[in-house]
Ligand binder design. Structure first.
Ligand SMILES: *[C@@H]1O[C@H](CO)[C@@H](O)[C@H](O)[C@H]1NC(C)=O
Ligand SMILES: *[C@@H]1O[C@H](CO)[C@@H](O)[C@H](O)[C@H]1NC(C)=O
Ligand SMILES: *[C@@H]1O[C@H](CO)[C@@H](O)[C@H](O)[C@H]1NC(C)=O
Ligand SMILES: *[C@@H]1O[C@H](CO)[C@@H](O)[C@H](O)[C@H]1NC(C)=O
Length: 377
């Protein structure tokens, strides 16, 4: 029954369609097209409007929270510490930040970027180091996202944590964390130099010496060398061709010190980073190869190719030596401070390292005792 009725209806429709003059049929079709086009334009307009509203409120919020007097409308305002922004948006804005430090009514600053899992056990030593130099540094801390402990308000580390994600050592999530730190630091136009540090790092000289050394250098201090061994060239994957060749391939210590220009170049790179994410996985450690190789490809003349963060590999094995309480002696620290030769702005110097790692929490007490000697205070 039902089926019959339906076929009858279709037939009638067909007949009517055929009877209708061609022009009328076109008008019908045109009407339908116009109707759907206007509906979809309305939807698009509505979406655009909502998006605009959302962006405006985002920027207003940033302007409101930002206490930086340097912020001008032409520069992206630095996001307040703790604000949430997607990594892509963060890096997009960081890549647009000025390539040279903008020094306006302030001093160029050194950005100290701490990549840690939990807290900073050696923070009392760093507090001594930073004391009295407030206008000359910025601090950024990336922790495990589960770590939410806040140091006391009096600490230089108070509210310095940036929105963080989980890091797996030796994987690209580690590089993402480094890029997150760099991006946050780049958004502050007065940051001129960028140091990456771990929770086991200590400063070897006082703030003035470290600041003068870094500011006075035209080059970055990024360890970079061609290691012919399996743990160097052996980690190169020919699938990286044609973007990265074996002769481009470099290895270096993860704990870098960069000029603003090199930091901005790194944040602007997507092409090589994607190649590394695809083809440098353990036992290829991306944090030991990506930045040294990238800098070697795009701005080799801007690098000194040496690191300013000392570490002891002399004991062999896959991890560097870790120092404990009994190791802390003036002689040991002075050997690190003055016991090497290197080149600094074309001159040979015996001050090659400004920081050292890996210092266990048990070294804190003797280090604080020795601090007046180390820092001349
Ligand atoms: C600092 O920047 C502000 C706005 O960006 C500008 O109006 C002011 O003249 C600058 N001051 C100096 C000393 O350059
Ligand atoms: C560092 O190495 C690159 C090659 O990777 C070279 O072009 C540059 O001149 C070196 N820098 C110094 C200071 O020797
Ligand atoms: C560094 O250079 C000085 C002077 O040239 C030399 O006496 C010293 O032995 C060198 N030290 C090292 C560790 O090479
Ligand atoms: C910092 O250390 C240097 C030696 O490295 C010393 O000459 C200077 O007086 C110290 N500065 C301060 C402010 O303690």
């Amino acid at each position: 029954m039902k089926k019959q009725k339906f076929t009858a209806f279709v037939k009638e429709l067909n007949v009517r369609m055929k009877k209708e003059p061609i022009t009328l049929r076109y008008i019908h079709i045109l009407g339908t097209v116009v109707f759907f086009t206007s509906i979809s334009s309305l939807v698009i307009l509505l979406a655009l409007y909502l998006n605009q509203r959302l962006q405006t409120s985002l920027f207003l919020q940033n302007d409101h929270l930002s206490s930086n007097p340097l912020t001008s409308p032409s520069l992206s305002p630095p996001p307040p510490h703790g604000s949430d922004m997607s990594d892509e948006e963060l890096m997009r804005r960081a890549a647009m930040a000025p390539r040279e430090a903008v020094i306006n009514e302030t001093h160029p600053k050194v950005a100290f970027m701490f990549l840690t899992r939990w807290n900073l056990p050696l923070s009392p030593l760093w507090e001594i180091f930073f004391k009295g130099h407030e206008d000359f540094y910025s601090i950024y801390v990336h922790t495990s996202p589960e770590f939410t402990e806040e140091p006391p308000e009096s600490s230089v580390f108070y509210k310095k944590r940036i929105p963080s994600k989980t890091v797996e050592w030796g994987r690209s999530s580690m590089m993402d964390a480094e890029r997150r730190l760099l991006s946050h630091a780049l958004l502050k136009p007065s940051n001129a130099r960028f140091v990456l540090l771990s929770e086991t790092c200590i400063p070897l000289f006082n703030f003035t010496t470290v600041y003068t050394y870094l500011m006075g250098s035209t080059r970055s201090f990024l360890g970079s060398f061609d290691d012919p061994r399996p743990m160097g060239r052996g980690r190169y994957n020919p699938k990286m061709l044609p973007h990265v060749s074996l002769s481009d391939w470099r290895k270096g210590n993860q704990w870098f010190e960069l000029s603003r220009r090199v930091a901005a170049e790194i944040i602007s790179d997507h092409r090589y980073y994607n190649v590394f994410k695809d083809h440098c996985r353990p036992p290829c450690y991306i944090d030991e190869h990506y930045i040294p190789t990238l800098v070697n490809k795009i701005c080799p003349e801007m690098n000194s190719n040496r690191t300013v963060t000392w570490v002891d590999w002399s004991r062999g094995g896959s991890h560097p030596a870790r120092f404990v309480r009994k190791d802390i002696r003036v002689g040991f620290l002075d050997r690190i401070r003055f016991g090497s030769n290197c080149s600094y702005e074309g001159e040979v110097t015996n001050v090659c390292f400004l920081f050292a790692r890996k210092f266990h929490v048990s070294t804190l007490e003797p280090l604080v005792k020795i601090a007046p000697y180390l820092y001349g205070i």
